[in-house]
Design a protein around this ligand. Structure first.
Ligand SMILES: [Zn+2]
Length: 143
């Protein structure tokens, strides 16, 4: 399965994120059903507030109803900077049917319910805990 390869890419992108004392460093990749990358993003890559999944979604101008989104961190479900645009709600709105994540968001800034909300919306959520340590390492300054 290619999940490991794409998650490895997402974790690499997380490490590119400019560090912030108030937000996680995250990487995300959206992959089509043909196994080809559609878009990628990382925290604060295009503006100081943008999230990795949001950034990738903004660049993905195709039908995502068969795509998989890989994220190094659980997609956010509460967001102080843009309360109406959590990554969880953006993923659901885009119709993405499958999300693969490495690391569940720790209760540092908010309590994250991304996995529960995605699952409730019918999105298949796969966790790859083998990548959690590397995803966490991009955030060592916060923890
Ligand atoms: Zn987010």
């Amino acid at each position: 399965m290619d999940d490991e390869r794409w998650m490895s890419r997402a974790v690499e992108l997380a490490h590119r994120s400019p560090r912030s004392s108030s937000a996680f460093a995250v990487g995300a990749v959206i992959v089509g059903p043909d196994g080809v990358e559609i878009a990628r993003g990382w925290s604060r890559d295009v503006d100081p507030m943008v999230h990795a999944e949001e950034s990738a979604l903004l660049r993905a101008n195709v039908d995502l109803r068969q795509a998989t989104l890989y994220s190094s961190l659980e997609p956010c479900s509460k967001r102080s900077s843009r309360p109406d645009a959590t990554c969880t709600s953006l993923i659901i709105a885009a119709g993405i049917p499958r999300v693969v994540l490495a690391w569940r968001e720790p209760d540092l800034f908010v309590t994250c319910e991304g996995v529960a909300l995605l699952t409730a919306a019918g999105v298949e959520v796969v966790e790859l805990p083998a990548f959690a340590e590397r995803a966490r390492a991009a955030n060592a300054h916060l923890l």
